[in-house]
Design a protein around this ligand. Structure first.
Ligand code: ADP
Ligand code: MG
Length: 381
């Protein structure tokens, strides 16, 4: 892919381009905790968007997508382009300009190997590689946190996706052998060790598209807010579920609907699982970490009710297979991938078993995506 991008750039716009990469991400544990101001634990992966860029002397920026084999010439002082892929680049430039930057026209060619729409955040990879590259090429002096916010605001203002900041954070701050414990309340982060020697991280894509995800997402947010407001009547300083302990929740359980109770219980327990899981990683105890992933899946499935039969089917095979340390649905739910941590020796037989049983049950073959935790945004020599 990198060679292809360099060749295409040369052919279209000549020599002298600089080359950049920014990766997709996985989230090991901590789902639906971000908007409850808790913790998430993403890591950058070994799959990226790669972008070659060079300033040009014109007024139009010339963009070429290798994967779509499509060109768009954009006036960055004019209207937003029709093409969504070009809107990500346009949006990043607009967000930079809002922050006082001057961004002269440029030529760029990009492509990647982050599967699109599989929950690995190819969109954040695209925003982050664009922001990182433009920042360096034009010496804008923005830091990685600025670039993460620029990416997030691009999704909000030019794509219409009101996402949190986890994906951009992971794409920019990721490091090989480390996952990022991001505190969604303070925006502070800590790198935790993730060196699963002898294990593989593999995603099993159920191929189910999450059609319910956005409506149910709003329902879950509202249910959590109901829980917070009930507890907030009794205690000072309760602004989110982050401020609520299981003891507090149990004390006021009688005042809330059983469903609200279960939603809140899931979120509080998930934060605890993540904290405990980070300690397990520090201790190199991947079996304990994996058990937290299974716990996360159960909570998402039974208490938070954002799983589906396909995701449960895969996670259940994982749970019953010796050598699968952990498995859980990843992302908002109702479809998408199950993320697994699997013993090297078990990997082949596990994948074969899931593929054949899943295909028999649902008449669809799941997609297998192997990932390794890798480095965040960077220039390539
Ligand atoms: P994801 O979960 O992968 O982030 P999204 O729907 O948020 O899924 O983002 C996918 C969109 O990002 C694509 O429709 C496209 O506009 C853009 N995109 C991602 N990767 C590429 C790529 N390699 N080439 C062109 N556009 C891409
Ligand atoms: Mg996305």
């Amino acid at each position: 892919m990198i060679t292809k991008i360099q060749e295409e750039f040369k052919k279209r716009y000549g020599d002298g381009a600089l080359l950049y990469a920014s990766p997709g991400r996985v989230n090991l544990i901590g789902e639906h905790t971000d908007y409850n101001l808790g913790f998430v634990l993403p890591g950058a992966i070994d799959k990226s968007i790669y972008l070659a860029i060079k300033p040009n002397d014109g007024t139009l920026s010339r963009l070429y997508s290798v994967d779509y084999d499509a060109t768009v010439n954009v006036d960055m002082n004019g209207e937003q382009p029709q093409e969504q892929w070009a809107s990500y680049i346009y949006g990043v430039v607009q967000e930079m300009k809002k922050r006082g930057a001057t961004v002269p026209a440029f030529d760029c060619v990009f492509g990647g190997d982050v599967p699109l729409g599989a929950g690995l955040s190819s969109s954040a990879a695209l925003e982050c590689v664009t922001g990182f590259a433009i920042n360096e090429v034009y010496n804008l002096g923005l830091n990685r946190k600025d670039l993460a916010i620029i990416g997030q605001m691009t999704e909000h203002n030019y794509i219409g996706v009101k996402c949190g900041i986890m994906d951009q954070f992971a794409s920019l701050f990721g490091e090989k052998g480390k996952v990022i414990r991001l505190d969604c309340r303070s925006m502070e982060y800590v790198l935790e060790p993730f060196n699963p020697v002898g294990y593989k991280v593999v995603l099993i894509d159920s191929m189910v598209k999450h059609t319910l995800a956005s409506s149910e997402y709003n329902v879950r947010r509202a249910q959590c807010e109901v829980g917070v407001s009930i507890i907030g009547k009794h205690a000072e300083g309760i602004e989110s579920l982050r401020d609520v302990s299981m003891d507090m929740l149990n004390t006021y359980r009688a005042e809330m609907d059983e469903m609200v109770y279960r939603r809140c219980r899931y979120v509080i327990e998930e934060n605890q699982r993540l904290i405990d899981g980070c300690q397990a990683l520090k201790d190199g105890d991947y079996a304990l970490f994996g058990s937290k992933m299974f716990g996360s899946h159960d909570g998402l499935s039974k208490d938070y009710e954002v799983s589906c039969k396909e995701l449960d089917f895969i996670a259940t095979i994982g749970r019953k297979t010796d050598g699968v340390l952990g498995a859980r649905m990843m992302g908002g739910g109702f479809g998408g991938c199950v993320i697994n941590v699997v013993n090297d020796a078990t990997y082949d037989s596990y994948i074969d078993e899931v593929k054949s049983r899943y295909t028999t049950e649902f008449q669809v073959t799941p997609r297998i995506i192997d990932v390794v935790i890798g480095d965040g945004a960077r220039r390539l020599e």
